[in-house]
Design a protein around this ligand. Structure first.
Ligand code: ZN
Ligand code: ZN
Length: 314
C-alpha cells in the first residue's frame, strides 16, 4: 500500500514541477506553448475569415472553454490523471505478475522507423478513440459526462477541450491496453498529441477551409458541426470522428445532409444545462439516467443514414 501512496504523492510533485518548468521555459517541445500558439493561430483565422460572419469574436462561453483548455490539457491530464494512472498501471502490472506475465507487449514496433511508429500510433489511437466516442453516445451513463462537450451552443476552436475529466479517464483507460501491447509509452505521444490537438481545434473552429478530397480523410468543421447538431435523425448521433473522418465514411456513420453553418447546437433542453465549470463537473454524478434519444432531441428514428446524404456537401 505504501508503494502506491508513494507513487501517488511523487506523481503530484513530479508533474507539479513539470508544469512549472513548462510555464517558465517556452520551446518546441513544450505542450503549454504549443497549445497557446495553436489557439492563437485558430482564433486569428476565425477573426480574419470566419464561417459564421455574425458570430462575436469573444463568442458565448469563450472564457469558460479557455479555462477548460487549461484544466483538461494540464491540471487534470498532466497532474491529477497521471497520479491516478501511475497507480493504475502499477496495480495492473502487479495483477499481471500474479499470472507470471511481465508485460503486455505483443509485438515491438520500436524497431520501426520513427515515422512508421508515429503513423501507427496516430491511426490506432484515432480508431480506438472513434470507438470510445461512439460508446460515449451509446451508453446512457457515459452520455451524462459527454453532454458537457455537447452543451456548446456557439461553436469555436476552444470548444474542442470543453469536456468532463471523466472522459479522459474513459479514453485513456481503454487506450492503454492496446497501446501497451505494441510497446508504446507516454513519452511517444508528444508529436501525435500536438497534431491531434491542431485537428481538434480546427474541427471546432468557425472556419470554412475547403479540404477537397482530403475531407474524406480528415475531420473538419463542416462535418463536426453536425456531430453537435441539436436535431439528428439517428438516436445516437453521427460523425464520431476525432482527427479522422474516414472511419465515419467507412462504417456508415457520416452525416452531412446540408450546409450546417447555422444549425442549432446542443441537445434537448440544453438551455437549462448548468453554465459554470464547477456545476458542470458535478452535474453528471447527480443527473438521473436519461434516455439518449430524448436528450438528443430526436424527432424520428432511422436505422441507417441514406448513402446519398453522405458527403454531399463540404
Ligand atoms: Zn460527441
Ligand atoms: Zn466536438
Amino acid at each position: 500500500m505504501e508503494k502506491y501512496w508513494h507513487i501517488f504523492t511523487s506523481s503530484f510533485s513530479d508533474y507539479g514541477n513539470y508544469l512549472w518548468r513548462e510555464l517558465l521555459h517556452p520551446g518546441w517541445g513544450n505542450y503549454f506553448y504549443w497549445l497557446l500558439g495553436l489557439s492563437l493561430f485558430f482564433w486569428l483565422l476565425e477573426i480574419v475569415v470566419p464561417w459564421r460572419k455574425g458570430q462575436p469574436l469573444i463568442r458565448q462561453d469563450f472564457w469558460l472553454d479557455g479555462f477548460y483548455m487549461f484544466f483538461n490539457f494540464f491540471l487534470f491530464s498532466l497532474v491529477g490523471f497521471n497520479a491516478l494512472s501511475n497507480i493504475g498501471v502499477e496495480a495492473f502490472n502487479d495483477f499481471l505478475g500474479l499470472f507470471g506475465i511481465q508485460n503486455l507487449v505483443a509485438f515491438e514496433i520500436q524497431s520501426w522507423t520513427v515515422w512508421a511508429q508515429l503513423l501507427t500510433l496516430f491511426l490506432l489511437r484515432d480508431f480506438i478513440q472513434w470507438n470510445v466516442h461512439r460508446l460515449l453516445h451509446r451508453s446512457d451513463f457515459l452520455w451524462r459526462f459527454h453532454k458537457v462537450h455537447h452543451s456548446v451552443q456557439q461553436m469555436g476552436f476552444a470548444a474542442h477541450l470543453r469536456f468532463h475529466w471523466g472522459e479522459t479517464v474513459v479514453y485513456r483507460t481503454i487506450e492503454y491496453i492496446p497501446l501497451a501491447m505494441i510497446g508504446f509509452g507516454i513519452q511517444d505521444f508528444f508529436l501525435v498529441h500536438i497534431f491531434a490537438t491542431a485537428i481538434g481545434h480546427f474541427n471546432h473552429s468557425n472556419l470554412h477551409i475547403p479540404l477537397g478530397p482530403l475531407r474524406y480523410l480528415f475531420n473538419n468543421p463542416q462535418m463536426h458541426i453536425w456531430h453537435h447538431a441539436k436535431h439528428l435523425p439517428h438516436r445516437y448521433g453521427a460523425n464520431y470522428g476525432i482527427s479522422l473522418s474516414v472511419w465515419d465514411y467507412l462504417f456508415g456513420t457520416a452525416y452531412l445532409p446540408e450546409d450546417g453553418r447555422d444549425i442549432e447546437l446542443g441537445f434537448k433542453e440544453v438551455e437549462a444545462y448548468p453554465k459554470s465549470f464547477l456545476e458542470q463537473q458535478f452535474h453528471p454524478f447527480k443527473e438521473r439516467s436519461a434516455i439518449p434519444q430524448e436528450e438528443a432531441g430526436v424527432e424520428k428514428e432511422v436505422t441507417a443514414i441514406p448513402a446519398e446524404e453522405v458527403g454531399q456537401l463540404n
